[in-house]
Design a protein around this ligand. Sequence first.
Ligand SMILES: Nc1ncnc2c1ncn2[C@@H]1O[C@H](COP(=O)(O)OP(=O)(O)OP(=O)(O)O)[C@@H](O)[C@H]1O
Ligand SMILES: [Mg+2]
Length: 631
Amino acid sequence: MDILKKIQDHREKEEELKWEGTFAEYLELLKERPFLAQSAHSRVYNMIKNAGVDEGHDHKRYKFFDQDIYGLDEAMEKLVEEYFHPAARRLDVRKRILLLMGPVSGGKSTLVNLLKRGLEAYSHTDDGAVFAIKGCPMHEDPLHLIPHHLREDFQEEYGIRIEGSLSPLNTMRVETEYGGRIEDVLVERIFFSEDKRTGIGTFSPSDPKSQDIADLTGSIDFSTIAQYGSESDPRAYRFDGELNKANRGMMEFQEMLKCDEKFLWHLLSLTQEGNFKAGRFALISADELIIAHTNEAEYRSFIANKKNEALHSRMIVMPVPYNLKVSQEERIYEKMIRDSDISDVHIAPHTLRVAAMFTILTRLKDSKKAQVDVLKKMRLYDGEILEGFSDVDVEELKKEHSDEGMSGIDPRYVINRISSTIIKKELTSINALDVLRSLKDGLGSHASISAEDKERYLDFISLARKEYDEIAKKEVQKAFVYSYEESAVTLMDNYLDNVEAYCNKAKLRDPLTGEELNPDERLMRSIEEQIGVSENAKKAFREEILIRISAYARKGKKFDYQSHERLREAIQKKLFADLKDVVKITTSTKTPDEQQLKKINEVVATLVDEHGYNSSSANELLKYVGSLLNR
Ligand SMILES: Nc1ncnc2c1ncn2[C@@H]1O[C@H](COP(=O)(O)OP(=O)(O)OP(=O)(O)O)[C@@H](O)[C@H]1O
Ligand SMILES: [Mg+2]
């Protein structure tokens, strides 16, 4: 479909959604769909909940955040359960400003944007529809029209509780335009849009001396005073501050803690009492979610100041830490690269993963548990199953440091290093070694890294480098084996047949000759030795495997060579050991013979076809692995 047609379709759809009627007609709507009268907080919560929730065994995952926020499931769960949900139920937290606190480039703005764009879309749906008094610059809730003394009756009839008073402007309009007949007041459906300044606002402090509170709460329109005769005529006032415009939806307060106190006091009253003061009017009711964000240092200095105590107690602080999962960090980089101007550069496989390993390592804190080094912790956090560790251990690790994820290297640094390397060197492809080198070179000029951290970070660069070496070797060796998976499975089946016979003191039958054979001790040992199973320990090792197999069988699960971490490692090492010399000679020879050349071409083709390399990154990889194997 061409774009003009799509534009037309879109316009028609928008037309269909429009609704306009009298207040009396609106009440009819409410009878059928009372949820239309929900508060701003409730709407946000429902938007998040309606996007779907995965109920894990001890955590909930809110899918709303999936598309843009990676690896922060637990922080998002906390945010929803401790703020949005209770706020939607009109509990007290709703009266506090939501302050997201997290390290630089940790996704705070991304989260706020997700909520804003989400609300815009949600207001176009049936469930998220919003109605307002027509022609009101603050898109006031029509239910404010119901006079206070009738609200109890209203609640009885409709089951809806009304909060807030009719604004001075609409009070006057009801008199002048509708002759006091509130049932005739026109109501319309509104659609949130930050661009059109409907229901979504952003306030960002500028120079504290010149900034006017008008930016938040609107101002007198001096050109109309003559017409209306007085400054206190609401028609002479422009209700166009961010707080006005964001009514019914949300307002983002950027750099809130950098802001002048007088601004903050306005917010206090708004959040606490649900209203704010503008010009010479009675308090104006507002119903909106206010989100601010800050980093830890700024927050600490804010609460250290006694003067801010009252403000502080009116905020609810929610941590937005860095992601601590390697695989999710990789996704963050992929997303950032997709959105950048380097998206056409070839990035060799594992490049972003290795960069992510480094980054995550800088964010982790040492565990008190002796058997958990930082690499293990990194793996466990990423959901890898390591022998001797259960989910419970991982939960315990997470509880050891409450401030884990609040410091370390940020994703933007990594992407900046990658892009500057690409641009400076005019590369058309980049690999893990290029990136590690560039990350390392950049540490010196990174503004917020102390000398002590720099030392640690250099260690992490070498750790990540070692991880990469292993990955690179495996990759090449796998590509050398004709059909790696198949060979691994065959070798394992063979091993298991022998182990079974050994444990049951039985014989094996040769499939060809039918001859009875003793278990092949040489074969079993050649595999077990790869992972250091000693002669004394072999019996226990073999029995343990059989037990694992029967446990799998009982649960109806298939045992394959991935099911047992150490066995898998042993099989892989055995396959590679048989191959090592071939790989070593082939990859490192300067003058390959015809045979070797053929093999190299085959391996390069496998790397390109099956593993995502291009021919130059595949050749680089081979060269690198050749040099590793010859050390
Ligand atoms: N957990 C995450 N999931 C997805 N993207 C992330 C995550 N953390 C950071 N990013 C990405 O990193 C970049 C910086 O994030 P963002 O601007 O949201 O951070 P911020 O916390 O607002 O930073 P600042 O303190 O500098 O304002 C964005 O491109 C964002 O998409
Ligand atoms: Mg930001």
